[in-house]
Design a protein around this ligand. Structure first.
Ligand SMILES: Cc1ncc(COP(=O)(O)O)c(C=O)c1O
Length: 418
């Protein structure tokens, strides 16, 4: 059971995991930092930091175009990271993994290559109301250029879930694509992705999963999910910034035109034109994130060793407990599901601005996020122009959660005293 973690999650060794994270030595305002902003980015374990330093020190060169030994070694490491990413995401072959700068760039790649060629005037692009701006604005811009329409699967009252009846009805209308968050960064809703992808496939609808809060947070198997595209970011799963992954089904990637052009991705170039290499290289113009690929490789090894099922259970337990504790505070409204949720909680305090809450918590060494969480339309729908978010990852403890909740309680008492 997700909420019985203390009893059932014995294989997940929190103390051993925490020993791997040097950031836990950091003090903020005289207190050990309680880092509860993992939805924005996650901290790095020693293995990732050490691998990147070692690679930069002794193994570095540019990839693919060198005949010399160091370039060959760097290329082997870069391609090994791709093979590792394919295994990590359950992709059938390494060629279906494109390295990008992150989730945002992965989605923009799909929009500007697949979308440019396949979305026409009068078509519908189906999203959900809980999308991050990264999986919303690129589609809005494409729709504007093409004269297409954007439709949304609604969220139910208070952002508790996706309205699945509406999703099935909207999919039956055969949109060109259904692009949706695997896990919502604002609500903590975990989409029934497998069921939705199966329904989309039944109607011939292409699917893209925004996995920024999915990969590295729960076991992901794109073959089992049955999606056409899956996008995620290295920095949200213990890896470095500047690198992300796009999984694309091989037949779809093969039919897609490049979206950025330059070195590496070409076969033959004349003064009159160029021919392009096969995927994934076709989509990796210019020097790629090489040191970052080595770091991401180490991050995936680390996460698999820690155990993704146990990690997910741990984070979901913290998310559930934080939601329950925050609901008990007078004047606090918690968004998202009542029951099972991902390891994050967004909430709104009636009489205290979210920035005041986050500022107050920071003074106590607690890192929270305040704002609209890159989901402005959703926050408007929920009736909260700004809110706070507590988001957990594998190294967080109940004591840190309690410090976060106590800071919120004290802040509300402080700002509302008469
Ligand atoms: C659900 C979701 N999608 C997309 C993104 C964008 O990720 P990145 O900034 O790494 O491209 C985020 C980042 O917070 C996110 O939470």
């Amino acid at each position: 059971m997700w909420n019985d973690h203390v009893m059932t999650n014995a294989a997940f060794d929190l103390a051993a995991i925490r020993a791997q994270f040097p950031f836990l030595d950091v003090a903020v305002h005289g207190r050990p930092v309680a880092y509860l902003d993992n939805g924005a980015s996650t901290q790095k374990p020693r293995a990732v930091i050490a691998r990147m330093a070692e690679f930069a020190a002794h193994e570095y060169a540019n990839v693919h175009r060198g005949i010399h030994e160091l370039s060959e070694r760097a290329t082997a490491a870069y391609e090994a990271a791709r093979t590792r990413a394919a295994a990590f995401l359950g992709a059938p072959e390494p060629e279906s993994i494109v390295f990008t700068r992150g989730t945002t760039e992965a989605i923009n790649l799909v929009v500007n290559s697949w979308g440019e060629a396949n979305v026409r005037s009068g078509d519908t692009i189906l999203l959900t109301e809980m999308e991050h701006h990264s999986n919303l604005v690129p589609w809005l811009e494409l729709a504007r250029r093409k004269g297409a329409r954007v439709a949304y699967v609604p969220v139910t009252e208070g952002g508790a879930a996706l309205d699945l009846e509406a999703a099935h009805r909207l999919l039956a209308e055969r949109p060109r694509i259904f692009a949706f968050a695997h896990v919502s960064n604002t609500l903590g809703v975990v989409s029934p992705a497998r069921e939705l992808c199966a329904e989309a496939r039944k109607h011939g609808v292409v699917t893209l999963l925004d996995g920024a809060q999915g990969a590295g947070h729960l076991p992901v198997d794109v073959s089992d999910l049955g999606c056409d595209f899956y996008a995620c970011s290295g920095h949200k799963m213990c890896g470095p910034t500047g690198i992300g992954l796009l999984y694309g089904r091989a037949e779809i990637l093969k039919a897609m035109a490049p979206w950025q052009c330059g070195g590496e991705m070409v076969e033959r170039v004349t003064y009159d034109g160029a021919t392009f290499r096969k995927p994934p290289t076709r989509f990796e113009a210019g020097t790629p994130p090489i040191i970052e690929a080595a770091g991401l490789h180490a991050a995936m090894d680390f996460l698999d060793a820690a155990g993704l099922a146990g990690l997910a259970e741990h984070c979901e337990t913290l998310g559930g407990r934080a939601a329950a504790a925050l609901r008990e505070i007078e004047g606090v409204r918690v968004f998202g599901p009542e029951g099972r949720r991902a390891g994050l909680v967004t909430f709104h305090a009636a009489d205290v601005h979210a920035h005041d809450l986050a500022f107050f918590a920071n003074e106590r060494g607690v890192a929270l996020r305040a704002g609209h969480h890159c989901a402005q339309p959703l926050m408007r729908k929920l009736g909260a122009s700004s809110s706070c978010r507590m988001s957990f990852y594998l190294y967080n403890t109940e004591e840190e959660l309690d410090r976060g909740v106590a800071a919120v309680r004290e802040a509300i008492a402080f700002f509302t005293r008469s």
